[in-house]
Design a binder for this molecule. Sequence first.
Ligand code: MN
Length: 245
Amino acid sequence: MRILIANDDGIYSPGIATLAEVAATFGDVRIVAPDVEMSSAAHSITASRPLSYKRTPIKNFEAYRVNGTPADCVALGAYHWEKVDVVLSGINLGSNLGNSMWHSGTLAAAKQATLLGMRGIALSAPVTWSEPNFDALKPAVQRVLELLLPNSDLTLVNVNFPDEEPKGFRWTRQSVRHYDGQVVPGEDPMGRQHFWFTSMPIEAAEAGTDRWAVEQGYVSMTPLRLDLTNEAELSTVQSKYSLLE
Ligand code: MN
């Protein structure tokens, strides 16, 4: 199995080396990731300037850094390495739950894999008062890959780890009830007004969702699809306004 590893935290982030180490027990691994942090870049691509692809040492892995977005990295990685089976993205420093999925560069790398005909799995761990203990996370990452990699029906999966030793594993759906993005005003040291756009949970999560599972101490695994069509609204408007002449 050919496993391409990407992320949005940048190629020198500790989570990517942990993911590569665990993934190497399942197949051939190559790392292609942004040269700097691209968190919240979502699924943007670089179309207005050329991209570079440079070899760089990450432990003993074949690794390349790209001056582009997570989606660019997956495109270049697949171009330089034929027949990649699956793209693993992460392990991100920070959860990608619920509406965070819209902004996530970590998930975008996995989505880009799916767009290019490969499978994609995004993995994220919460940052609380300190960064995740990636060594302690390795057995849970191993178990997730044991569950997901042999199952080729799963084309795109978003995985989130809890901030403690996991109680177990749960299949979940995306929590989308309310948007938790908020503008928070502040002042710089010169007294000038500025703003942070930040994301904070605003209410308890519904049972069965990704946020709920992680809050309960489980590893959350959400199968996703790229088709955003609202089927119920589509059939409503089709019957209301047939548009057929
Ligand atoms: Mn990130």
